[in-house]
Write a protein that binds this ligand. Structure first.
Ligand code: QAP
Ligand code: CO
Length: 171
């Protein structure tokens, strides 16, 4: 089932999501719906709060070298914690909740992630490149933060102007 994606400035995006405690059939169905929603929307990452569910769950599917997002590369991440972040990189980010806007954001270059999978099993992965960036972007959603909040004052102003204009033109 494709779920509606909440977009800025919806206040729900500011909620701090709660730990996942039930790794049950309901969670599994929700994760499946998140995947369908993300792929249909041409996304590479989606946090549960973006589809109005304030739980610490996110999914990522980084395209391979051919640009294909195979389900084998799908990561389902619950209750993530970042360890040992290293270095910094700039990357032009976007967000399904801020459609049509892209801007450079600084992130850690590499990190280790501790999390639970859909069965509640403890997992760990080492990430760099786009995966490391996407993990940080999605974990920010769990804290109620959007990438536009990391922009400088002037770039944020540019965003507000462009976004409002785009919203008006949509109506
Ligand atoms: C988060 O973002 C991300 O504006 C995932 O019109 C972004 O999937 C991680 C999207 C950058 C790492 C680097 C955005 C689709 C998708 C749009 C997305 C749009 C259609 C964003
Ligand atoms: Co996002």
């Amino acid at each position: 089932m494709i779920l509606p994606v909440i977009t800025y400035p919806n206040k729900q995006l500011k909620i701090r999501s709660k730990e996942v405690v039930n790794f049950d059939e309901l969670l599994h169905r929700f994760l499946d719906d998140m995947y369908e929603t993300m792929i249909t929307s041409n996304g590479i990452g989606l946090a549960a709060i973006q589809v109005a569910n304030p739980i610490r769950a996110l999914i990522l599917c980084i395209p391979d070298d051919e640009g294909n997002q195979t389900q084998e590369n799908l990561l389902e991440i619950m209750n993530p914690v970042i360890h040992a972040p290293q270095g910094n990189v700039l990357y032009q980010e976007g967000c399904l909740s801020v459609p049509g806007f892209y801007e450079d954001v600084e992130r850690y270059e590499k990190l280790t992630l501790h999390y639970q999978n859909r069965h509640g099993e403890a997992c760990m992965l080492e990430a760099d490149e786009l995966l490391a960036i996407a993990i940080q972007h999605e974990i920010d959603h769990l804290e109620g933060k959007l990438f536009i909040e990391k922009l400088t004052y002037n770039r944020r102003k540019k965003f507000e102007k462009e976004y409002k204009k785009a919203l008006k033109e949509k109506k």
